[in-house]
Design a protein around this ligand. Structure first.
Ligand code: SAM
Length: 197
């Protein structure tokens, strides 16, 4: 094989691997895009994450939310991820100096995971996945649990805070209930005006 052919084949393989890494898990509910650090901070601050809280990151990617929540906020974190290469990266990161006593990874499907132990759920997923997660949130989260989502809101829920700049939506269960079918989950409940004097 000539050098040109070898380079061509290697290029094709590289493109295929990158495309696989970014897009393969679309079939499960979202492709890969790490949550930017500024957004992660905003999400975890809004969700009032405290040491000892149990945070679930549904679709843990390569760990932007998981490691910040465990290291900076002292939370116990469960990261659920379906794509095996990312699971490997997550486990290597944890093994390489991560807070092993506070982080657990589940190689599995977010639509099958038991959410009852979660105090806080963090997500950065696509709209179809949000739609499918909502009934699971409603049947499994305990009162006072918090859900924080980047980019896509929880359809039919009403956020306590909607940060339109960073596209972060924060919900408290069960106060988030009450939207009708037209509520796309991005509009915060507007407080009633003070009574006229
Ligand atoms: C946009 S990334 C989120 C990144 C991550 N939360 C972070 O902090 O950077 C979405 C992730 O969800 C994963 N994912 C998509 N559908 C899933 C499913 N059904 N079960 C588990 N993980 C899933 C994808 O593989 C991808 O890594």
């Amino acid at each position: 094989m000539s050098l040109a052919t070898t380079l061509y084949v290697l290029g094709l393989v590289a493109v295929a691997v990158v495309a696989y890494f970014l897009y393969a898990s679309f079939v499960f509910g979202a492709g890969y895009q790490p949550t930017p650090a500024r957004v992660v901070r905003r999400m975890l601050d809004l969700a009032e994450v405290r040491p000892g809280d149990t945070v679930y990151d549904l679709g843990a990617g390569t760990g932007a939310i998981v490691f910040a929540a465990a290291r900076t906020y002292g939370a116990r974190v469960v990261g659920v991820e379906v794509e095996p290469l990312r699971v490997l990266i997550l486990r290597l990161r944890l093994w390489w100096g991560g807070p092993r006593d506070r982080v657990t990874f589940v190689w599995g499907n977010i639509f099958e995971v038991d959410l009852r132990p979660a105090r806080i759920v963090a997500v950065f997923l696509w709209p179809g996945a949000m739609e499918r997660l909502r009934p699971r949130f409603e049947s499994q989260l305990s009162p006072g649990a918090r859900v924080v989502s980047h980019w896509h809101p929880v359809p039919g829920w009403i956020p306590e805070v909607a940060d339109s700049e960073l596209r972060v939506y924060f919900y408290r269960w069960p106060a988030a209930q009450g939207g009708d079918s037209s509520t796309d989950g991005s509009e915060a409940r507007i407080p009633p005006p003070p009574p006229a004097r």
